[in-house]
Design a protein around this ligand. Structure first.
Ligand SMILES: N[C@@H](CCC(=O)N[C@@H](CS)C(=O)NCC(=O)O)C(=O)O
Length: 328
């Protein structure tokens, strides 16, 4: 009989159930992570905005994805879910020490900032919206309409309503695609030869949005290496557990540079607006004053990074990255 180790309880404990949607950024992110963990999981495809399933009701949210654990917990929010799964599986999406902090920082940027680019490509292009809304609604025409209306609001809330910002978001995404493409010529994954949380969120964006929505897929078509890497069940998914992470990849450096120009000013201004209880605020993004809806969640996510930094005693490291104002 195999010995049961404390560190790999999940590996022998049974099945997870993942409630998500193929066209959802965070669903595909979590799904990528579950594959890297080697978790035994069932997939349940749920419509956005239809919280009818038991596990989603129990998780107390309409947000997807929701993960039901073998012990029956229904959890939402991919970052804490992955931090929990790291303690159960031998594969780790967050390394230990400073490298884990760096991974969390880059993941935080991609989760909270790149989402607006995904929203833009989907809901500002009619052809993308007409493709995605019926699929997200599970075929219900009224729900599809409601989802498309929500999409337009999400563009306004995240500062991608002004045409110049739409253009800037696209140029930014093309820079990120180039950085992925260059990195994949050097290592199997974006932070070395093993996958981590950074890969899961980039894969989430490619698989749920930019490789499938008609408008951005024409751009991604220019990067066959990326398409091959992100193909489901192939490329990145085909990992045998070997390889080491590296905090100093060109991709990591490029993301640290990217996040200074737009994400940091946005997150600091959102924090200030939350403290002042203002419903909306303005931040200077790519040389322009852009209006955003104040949202509590980006601050919650930043705080999770701050807690991680404090736990690791990595304050000096974060200062050396020039990110003290955001996280310390
Ligand atoms: N921080 C959450 C974000 C999840 C999220 O925003 N999910 C989107 C779909 S990709 C959603 O359900 N949006 C519906 C809404 O915001 O009302 C996570 O990491 O799971």
């Amino acid at each position: 009989m195999e010995r049961i180790g404390v560190g790999n309880v999940g590996e022998i404990m049974g099945k997870y159930t993942y409630y998500g949607h193929d066209l959802s950024y965070f669903s595909r992110k979590l799904e990528s992570a579950l594959v890297f963990y080697g978790a035994d999981f069932d997939r349940v495809q749920v419509s956005l905005g239809v919280p009818s399933e038991e596990a989603r009701k129990r998780a107390g949210t309409h947000i997807i994805p929701v993960l039901e654990t073998p012990e029956g917990w229904a959890l939402w929010d991919t970052t804490p879910i992955m931090r929990m799964l790291d303690a159960r599986f031998s594969a780790k999406m967050f390394a230990s020490g400073e490298l884990g902090v760096l991974i969390h920082i880059i993941e935080n940027f991609l989760d909270e900032w790149l989402g607006r680019t995904m929203v833009h490509y989907r809901w500002n292009y009619t052809e993308s919206a007409e493709f995605a809304a019926p699929l997200l609604a599970g075929g219900d025409a009224q729900i599809a309409k409601d989802i498309a209306a929500w999409g337009s609001k999400a563009c306004r809330a995240t500062g991608v309503e002004p045409p110049h910002q739409q253009g800037m978001a696209e140029v930014e995404y093309e820079r990120i695609l180039k950085a992925i493409d260059v990195q994949l010529q050097q290592t199997r994954y974006l932070m070395g030869d093993a996958p981590c949380a950074v890969d899961t969120v980039i894969l989430g964006g490619l698989r749920a949005h930019t490789m499938v929505d008609p408008a951005p897929s024409r751009l991604v078509d220019k990067y066959p290496r990326i398409q091959k890497w992100a193909a489901i069940g192939d490329g990145a998914d085909d990992w045998d557990g070997s390889g080491a992470l590296n905090g100093d990849t060109g991709f990591a450096r490029a993301m640290l540079e990217e996040m200074q120009t737009a994400f940091v000013p946005f997150a600091l201004a959102n924090r200030k607006a939350l403290a002042a209880r203002e419903k909306a605020f303005t931040a200077t993004i790519y040389g322009e004053d852009v209006s955003f809806l104040t949202r509590p969640y980006p601050e919650v996510a930043c705080q999770m990074v701050s807690d991680h930094i404090a736990k690791m005693g990595a304050q000096d490291y974060v200062k050396s990255l020039g990110l003290g104002a955001l996280y310390l």
